[in-house]
Design a protein around this ligand. Sequence first.
Ligand SMILES: [Zn+2]
Length: 112
Amino acid sequence: MRKEGIAREWAEPINQILRITEGHDELVFGGNLWKMEFQAREGGLDWLLAAVARSAAEIIVEGAQARLRICANPACGLFFTDNSRTQRRRWCSMAICGNRHKVASFARRHAS
Ligand SMILES: [Zn+2]
């Protein structure tokens, strides 16, 4: 986000978590078609942290191509990947920060 490089030592905590197996995909027959279903590793929520670490690692590998953005809500501060077609997504979540912005704008317009 700040066009700074990634220090080598920052990768180690991510690598430590990546060593935790998130789980694996399995073929599951769902009535009349096959689908791939993620099977989380049993035992605690480590697999969830591993999924977050995997996302961080992918963003680092993608570099500037990652389309990493910070939410336009100054009180939020969450990062997100902008996969929208127009590449102009502003909010981490339209349902949360986007709607709050809309409601605040509406209230400002109608305050007078
Ligand atoms: Zn947000």
